[in-house]
Design a protein around this ligand. Structure first.
Ligand code: ATP
Length: 301
């Protein structure tokens, strides 16, 4: 069964903005799916329609086989949503925010208290359970939003830019947490601007441009479309490699240069060539994110 099934979905806002122009999208149950697109592409509008916050103009949307128009309230019990904006009561205690949310789902208080403890510990904000949410840092608030969204053990978790404003270390921790959740069977749909996040976590991704889906594929296949990669190489002395006629080379400083390798070019051949010239390579790493490059390329087409 599909976790999400969207057919010919259109949205025209009251001011005439055509946010979605007839989108078709299926997300398999158990998948980890990314919606990618520039600001204003239509990602939040899709989420809004799925979660009942935005009224669609045309088309159909189903969550786990339930039509969002006909069975909206039932469908919404099966999902957890983490919106972009913090929307909890800033004066309410952290623990109460999660426990009260469970109350909306009719979960017994005793059970809710236990579940809240499990989630706050898992998301590493248990020591903040007693403070009002306004005194949390941005990253902690984001984790509180996730804890709250998970309290009803949703089958589908929808996250709109879950790691916006979260520092690098914390972001990696959240990736691990979400990956584990997905392994345990929760379908995850997320929007993000961090393409590294997609490469690390997601199985499939759809790229949206001006209200239309222009690519929908496995992340692995998308990565295969990339035909070049730039590496940053550190050597003992760049003078030693200057005369080697290495194509697509850009010297950064006395010990560092960048080189662009095309599909088929071998990194090993380059290293061999450099060591034959007497250069000692001290570090090689890809420059930036591969998916990011592809994304920019696709959007510019
Ligand atoms: P971002 O990455 O910035 O969150 P997004 O892909 O989520 O962007 P949406 O928020 O879905 O994009 O917006 C899609 C289009 O619809 C944009 O042109 C936006 O200005 C417009 N839009 C969104 N909400 C409304 C609204 N309430 N009224 C009018 N236009 C809107």
């Amino acid at each position: 069964m599909n976790a999400i099934s969207i057919t010919n979905l259109k949205k025209v806002y009251a001011d005439g903005t055509e946010a979605l122009k007839g989108i078709n999208l299926d997300v398999d149950a158990g998948d980890f799916f990314a919606l990618l697109g520039a600001n204003g592409a239509g990602k939040t509008t899709i989420i809004g329609i799925l979660t009942g916050l935005v009224i669609k103009t045309e088309g159909q949307a189903q969550i786990l086989g339930l039509d969002v128009d006909k069975n909206g309230p039932v469908a919404r019990r099966l999902i957890g949503v983490v919106p972009q904006e913090f929307n909890f009561n800033m004066f309410e205690r952290v623990e109460d925010i999660v426990i009260n949310q469970a109350g909306y789902f009719g979960i017994e208080r005793k059970v809710a208290i236990k579940e809240c403890e499990r989630l706050l510990k898992k998301l590493e904000i248990w020591n903040k359970r007693d403070v009002p949410s306004r005194s949390l840092s941005g990253g902690m608030k984001r984790r509180l939003m996730i804890a709250r969204a998970l309290v009803n053990r949703p089958k589908l978790l929808i996250l709109d830019e879950p790691t916006a404003g979260v520092d690098v270390e914390l972001r990696h921790g959240m990736w691990e947490f979400l990956k584990e959740l997905n392994r345990e069977g929760t379908t995850i749909l997320l929007t993000t601007h961090y393409l590294e996040e997609v490469e690390q976590m997601c199985r499939r991704a759809a790229i949206i441009k001006n209200g239309e889906i222009i690519k929908n594929d496995t992340v692995r296949s998308l990565l295969k479309l990339i035909d070049e990669e730039t590496y940053i190489v550190q050597v003992d002395d760049v003078k030693k490699i200057k005369d080697l006629n290495i194509a697509h080379l850009k010297i950064v400083d006395d010990h560092t240069f960048e080189v662009e390798l095309k599909k088929g070019d071998k990194l090993n051949d380059l290293i061999l060539k450099m060591s034959q010239a007497g250069a000692a390579v001290t570090d090689i790493r890809p420059k930036g994110n591969r998916l990011e490059k592809l994304f920019l390329k696709i959007l510019q087409q």
